[in-house]
Every structure is written in structure tokens, then in C-alpha cells.
Design a protein around this ligand. Structure first.
Ligand SMILES: Cc1cc2nc3c(=O)[nH]c(=O)nc-3n(C[C@H](O)[C@H](O)[C@H](O)COP(=O)(O)OP(=O)(O)OC[C@H]3O[C@@H](n4cnc5c(N)ncnc54)[C@H](O)[C@@H]3O)c2cc1C
Length: 442
């Protein structure tokens, strides 16, 4: 069947800042993709559920191939936990099918609405980075459709250079069609979690050091409006999979939905402070030890569909960087100070340590150190000027930004953070492109 392409103005990335119409096709099966391996030269980008915040999942003027209908499981080996599936299967679908059998994805980001292909193309990380590293470490093999080589199987040992370029490769090395990934055994669908309030950044670092090794999942929420003595104060959360409780998957029914974009005045300095104080109040009430279902623990925002619409028509950015261990303490303090002084930022502000397990991708974002992620309403030049100040701190500290969250990084900043960029560029499929790549390519 010939694929139909349509111009669509509803294909927006999660941040909703860019509003350029996209030309989109939704293949119904892997067969529909065959022309892309045999001579079809149309510039293209495979995409999943568009949970990337910026422009790495957009390709204006080229074709977007929405792979979410390629959502079939192909094989599962109960002994090893190896699952082979089409790349458009979402992590949520894997959880619904495999949690009852005692298996879970090895790594999950803060939303389960991501496809396997998207998760690999950003080499995503979760709260268990110290223990498990990125998702790419758990990929046994994948198949890629290349415009110049047809179907290619890649793994850490077969076509290893292409594998390293494809994991974290932002969809630029070809179309990932199938993936074999190793799931993790679980005894129940619950985690035993502890929430602890901390008052300063030094306390965050101390809590993290004391928790590493003893807890698989570690993360902190911090109040990005708090300055001076309270800089970095927040709630530290640590957890392990529980041996107790049923193997019941999450439910997708009954989710709340943000139906329309909020007016832009809804997020301002005052409402931000109020939300942070309220959020801190809620979290403080939840302090202590709890047994929680994996849904609210890993994906608290998934219960509100389309929540990024609360930022209004101008959209929002997320700024996420990683800072190497030697400069992490000073640079984190400098970033938090700049953010709290700016009055920007929001209730979604996260601090987390990345462990030492190496990421397999040439452009994988995680590296040892501290990662900080903060959402910002888009206030135009004011927000972009703040990001320039944050970029200078990150660059000086030897850190880098996460492409999955980015929609504005400069070519120089990207090249400074990713030393393997030139090597990566040699594996790019000549027919693949994205708005992000057009901005940063060497
Ligand atoms: C609420 C929220 C929380 C998040 N938390 C985290 C987190 O904790 N950790 C983390 O690492 N990330 C996190 N993210 C980011 C998210 O995990 C990534 O952006 C992920 O890649 C999105 O997957 P997707 O299916 O939506 O892919 P898309 O956003 O549609 O695409 C992402 C990239 O993958 C490529 N791609 C998609 N499918 C294919 C394919 N089949 N073949 C080749 N390339 C493909 C695209 O070209 C693009 O470059 C979060 C995002 C949200 C909205």
C-alpha cells in the first residue's frame, strides 16, 4: 500500500513552542516502510509519541513517519526476559502486558507514554540510573532501515559502530523498526519508598551518597523559587521494588485531561511561588515510608493528560543539564541561584545523580555527575536570556544539555558537550534529518 502524507498542525512536541506544520504519514505495518529502504530519498524522521520537549522530534519540510501503529509484540523468552517488539510499542503497553507476568522495562523515564524507538533514540534514563544505567545498556539488538543499506541488524557486537550511533542517535541513523530488550524481574507492582525533607544542597549531596547502593531508585524534587539559605531545599525520594503486593498493572482509564491551552498569564512569578509552596506542603504531608504502586511513583504526571497545555499557547521549555562530579556542587549552586533570582522556573524541578555505568551511545546524554531539570514557561526573550546565563555556567563546568528536552541550544554549545559528534555524524543516514539536527549539525 502506498503511504499517504498529510500536512498536520497538531504534531507538536511536548513543549508546544514550535508551531510549524509537519507533513506526516502513519504506516500501518513494517511492510509500508519498505520503500524507505529501497530508493525513496524523501528526507524523513521516524517519531514516536512526541514526548520530546523541543525540536528533536520535528522535521519541518521533511516527512515525519509516525510509528505508533507499529505496536506489536513479536517474541518473549520467559527464561531470560528478552522481549522483541516493534519500535512503536510504548513502555506503558509493555507494562500492561508484562507486569502481570512479573517483568518490567529495565529503565523508565518520568512518563510511560514513550515508544521503544523513542526511548532508544534518546537513550533515556530513569530514577535507577546508578543501578541500571540507560536503556541502551539493556538493548540486545535492533533492526534499522537505512536509505543507503536497507535493513541492518545492530547490536553491541554486530555493526557495533552503527549501534553506538543509533542508541541516543535522535532518529538520525535510520528508522528503528524492531527492538530486542531485556526486561527486569519484579515480584510485585509496588515499590517501598521513603520521602525525606532536606534543607540545603549539601544535605541533598549527603543524602544521595548515603542512599547509593542501598536504594535502586533515587531522585529529589527541589523548590526552585527558594533562594539564599534555602537554596536547593526539597524532598528526597528513595525506593526499592517491594517483594509484597499484587502484580497488577496501571490503569489508563479515568485519567484527567487538560482540554485547552491555559491563558499565558496563568503562570507568573506569584502563581509559581504559590504552586511551589502548595506542592512542598503536599509533599511534606507525604513524608516517611510508603508502599506505592509503580504508576504514581514513576509517572506521577501521567494521570493528567496533556499537562503541558497549562503553560498556555506560548508553550514551555525544560532545561536539563548534567554536570561532572568535580564541578557539580559549585555549578548546581550557581544554576539554582540564577534560576531563583530570575523568578522563572516552575513546580517541576528535579535533581538527581547519574552513576558510573557508561552509556552505550555516542550521543547519549547521561554521564557521571548531577543532572538538574527544570520546566519554564516560555516568556520569550526573557526566558531565552536566562538560558544563555545557564548555558555559560554549564559550559564552564564541563557539562552538557539533553537534546530530548532542548529546542534552542546553539551549534557551539552542542559540540562542546558532545565530543563524539564528528564520529556520530559519519553514521547519519543521508535521508534522515530533524529541526534539531539542522540547527546543530557540524
Ligand atoms: C513528563 C515527561 C517526563 C520525562 N522524563 C524523562 C526521564 O526521566 N528521563 C529521560 O531520559 N527522558 C524523559 N523524558 C523525555 C522522553 O523520555 C524522551 O523524549 C523520549 O525519547 C520520548 O519518546 P517518544 O516515543 O515520545 O519519542 P519522540 O519524542 O516522538 O521522538 C524522540 C526521538 O526519537 C526518535 N525516534 C522515535 N521513534 C523512532 C524510531 N522508531 N526510529 C528511529 N528514531 C525514532 C525521533 O526521531 C526523535 O529524535 C520525559 C518526557 C516527558 C514528557
Amino acid at each position: 500500500m502506498t503511504l499517504e502524507f498529510h500536512e498536520r498542525d497538531d504534531y507538536l512536541s511536548w513543549g508546544r513552542v514550535e508551531r510549524r506544520p509537519q507533513v506526516v504519514a502513519r504506516p500501518a505495518s513494517r511492510r509500508d516502510l519498505a520503500p524507505f529502504a529501497h530508493g525513496e530519498r524523501r528526507p524523513r524522521l521516524a517519531v514516536g509519541l512526541l514526548r520530546s520537549y523541543g525540536d528533536s522530534c520535528l522535521a519541518t519540510g521533511a516527512a515525519l513517519l509516525d510509528l505508533t501503529r507499529l505496536d506489536h509484540f513479536i517474541a518473549f523468552d520467559e527464561a531470560s526476559g528478552l522481549l522483541t517488539a516493534e519500535a512503536g510499542v510504548s513502555l506503558g503497553e509493555i507494562m500492561r502486558a508484562f507486569v502481570p507476568r512479573g517483568w518490567f522495562p529495565p529503565v523508565t523515564p518520568g512518563t510511560r507514554f514513550v515508544t521503544l524507538g523513542g526511548a532508544i533514540a534518546n537513550d533515556v534514563h530513569g530514577k535507577n540510573h546508578e543501578a541500571a544505567g540507560t536503556i541502551g545498556r539493556h538493548v540486545a539488538s535492533l533492526t534499522l532501515l537505512r536509505s543507503d543499506a536497507g535493513e541492518v541488524t545492530c547490536s553491541p557486537t554486530e555493526n557495533a559502530e552503527l549501534f553506538a550511533a543509533t542508541v541516543g542517535g535522535l532518529g538520525l541513523t535510520g528508522i528503528i523498526t524492531t527492538v530486542t530488550v531485556r526486561l527486569r524481574r519484579i515480584q510485585s507492582a509496588f515499590v517501598d519508598a521513603e520521602k525525606l525533607a532536606y534543607g540545603t544542597l549539601d544535605e541533598f549531596f549527603a543524602l544521595n551518597a548515603a542512599s547509593e547502593g542501598a536504594f535502586e531508585h533515587l531522585v529529589a524534587w527541589f523548590d526552585c523559587t527558594a533562594g539564599s539559605r534555602n537554596l536547593g531545599r526539597g524532598i528526597f525520594s528513595r525506593a526499592n521494588w517491594s517483594p509484597f503486593g499484587a502484580l497488577e498493572p496501571h490503569r489508563e482509564r479515568g485519567l484527567l485531561r487538560v482540554p485547552v491551552e491555559f491563558p499565558s498569564f496563568a503562570i507568573n512569578r506569584l502563581s509559581l511561588r504559590a504552586i511551589n509552596v502548595a506542592y512542598r506542603g503536599l509533599e511534606l504531608r507525604g513524608l516517611g515510608s510508603h508502599r506505592l504502586h509503580y504508576g504514581p511513583f514513576f509517572h506521577p504526571l501521567d494521570s493528567i493528560q496533556g499537562w503541558s497545555r497549562v503553560y498556555g499557547r506560548a508553550g514551555m521549555y525544560q532545561y536539563q543539564c548534567v554536570l561532572p562530579p568535580e564541578s557539580a556542587a559549585d555549578a548546581t549552586r550557581a544554576l539554582l541561584d540564577a534560576i531563583s533570582r530570575s523568578g522563572e522556573g516552575s513546580f517541576l524541578a528535579v535533581l538527581k545523580a547519574f552513576g558510573a555505568l557508561p552509556s552505550p551511545g555516542l550521543l547519549s546524554f547521561p554521564r557521571p555527575g548531577i543532572t538538574l531539570a527544570v520546566d519554564f514557561a516560555n516568556h520569550g526573550p526573557r526566558t531565552l536570556a536566562l538560558f544563555e546565563r545557564l548555558d555559560a555556567i554549564v559550559r564552564e563546568a564541563g557539562g552538557r544539555l539533553y537534546p530530548a528536552k532542548d529546542g534552542r541550544i546553539s551549534r557551539e554549545m552542542f559540540a562542546a558537550g558532545y565530543p563524539e559528534l564528528a564520529r556520530f555524524a559519519r553514521s547519519v543516514d543521508p535521508a534522515c534529518t530533524s529541526d534539531f539536527w539542522e540547527r546543530v549539525r557540524p
